[in-house]
Design a protein around this ligand. Sequence first.
Ligand code: BG6
Length: 459
Amino acid sequence: MLPEVFKIVGISRQDTSSLDIVENTRASIEARGEVCDQDILDQLAQNISIFKMSITEPDRYLDLKKYLDDLEAQLHETHKSVQKIKLKKLFYMAVPSTILSPIIDNLGSSGLNKGSRLMIEKPFGYDLISAQELVSELGKYFEEDQIYRIDHYLAKETAQNIMTFRFENPLFNTSWDNKHIKMIMITASESIGIEGRSNFYEQTGALRDLIQGHLLQILSIVMMDKPDDMTAESVHFAKEALLKNIENIYEDQITLNTVRGQYDTYRSEVNNPDSTTETYAAIRLNVRGDRWQGVPVFIRAGKALKDKVTEVAVIFGDSDEVETPRRGSSINFANVLTIRIQPNEGIGLDLRIKKPGFENEIKHVQMDFCYHELRDLAHPDAYERVLVDSLRGDRTLFATSQEVLESWRILDPILNAWQNRRGELEIYETGSWGPKSADHLVARDSGEWTTDLAHICQI
Ligand code: BG6
C-alpha cells in the first residue's frame, strides 16, 4: 500500500544500517508465522536509509533538512519526471514525552514543519498541565490537521466496527440511551505484567497507560451522538462533545468511585518496596446530559490478571426507574451486548429464551458474531491501519488535542487524590481477576440483578 515513490529515513544515534532494519523486519514477520514477500523486502531495502544524529542536537536538524532536500532532488533525477518531485514528509515519533518538546522546537526552527505531518506515539503528556504545554508547543509550528496522535486501540478492527454496528442497525441505534441502557462497562484485562518496563511503568501506572488514551477513546465512540457524517471532523466533534460531558470525580468521592490495585509481585519486580504505582485501576464515571444521565460507566484495566480480555459490555435493562434512573436503582432483567475487541473478536448478545421442556423455565443464550467467520478477508493489524491512514492523510482514527486534554481533565483529580493517598491500594494475587473492591464497585450499581456482572466476560 506504499506509494510508488517513497523513502523511509531512520534517525539513529547508533550505527544501524538499513540492512539491519530489513533483517529485523524479516525476523519479526517470520516469528509471527507469516511468509515474507521477498520482492517487498527488496523494495523496502532500496528505499530505507539511516541518518545518524542525536535528536537533541539543534544544529543537526539543518543537516537533516539538507539530507531530505538532496533526497528529493535525487528522486527527481531517477524518475526523470517533468514536474519536480515534491516529497510529502511524515515525521513519526516514538519518543518519551519529555523529549517531544525540544524535537518539535527543532523541527520548527529548521523549517521542517512546513507542509509536513507529525505522527506522535503516546503518552501525550503526563497530566493536564504537561499535555496543555505540549499542545501549545505544537501549536507554535503545526496546525492541528498536521498532527496524528496514535491510539492503536481505535484502529483495532472491532473498535472501528462499534460505529458501524451502532449507526447501521436501527434496533440498537434507536435504543442507545438511558431509557434502555442501564450500565456500560469497558474492561481491558491483561495476563502479562509489566514485561521489564520498570522505569516506564513506575512513572505511568494503569490509569495513564491504558485508561487515559485507549479506553477513554473507546468510551467516546461507544457513547457519542451520531456524527453528522463520517468525516474526521464530524467524528472528532462528536467524540469531544461526549468527553466534555463526563463529570469529574473529586477528592471526597474518590473512595466511592475508584479502585486501585497492585499485583503481589510488582514491588519486587520494580525493586521498589514502597511503590504505590497502580497496576490495576477501576473508575466509575457519570455522563451529563439527557441521553446518559443516570447510566454508570465503569472502566477497568489491569495487568497480571487471569486472562487477556478487552471488551465493552452494554447492559440493556429493565429497571425500577425507567425514565430517570438514579444510582443504585436495581436492574430487574438485562440483555448484555458484548463487543469483544480482543481476543476472539466479535459481538455477542445475551438473550433470554424458554428452556425446551414442559416447564416454563427461562434460559440465557448467546447470539454471537465472530470475526473468525470473515477469516477470508484481510484483517490489517491495528498498527498497519494507523500507518496507512497517516500516509493517506486520514485523521479519523487519531486523537485530537481537545480529546487528549479532556481525558487528562477527567483523570487529573483521580491522579492527584491517589497521590495524596486517598483510596487504598489493594494488593491482588497475580493470575486473579484483580482487587475484590473492584467487584464491589460494580456490584453496587447492578443492584439485585447479579453480582456476576463483575466478571461480565464470563456470562
Ligand atoms: C500499550 C501499553 O499502549 O498497550 C501496554 O503501554 C499494553 O502496557 C498495551 O500492554 C496493550 O495493547 P494490546 O494491543 O496488546 O491490547
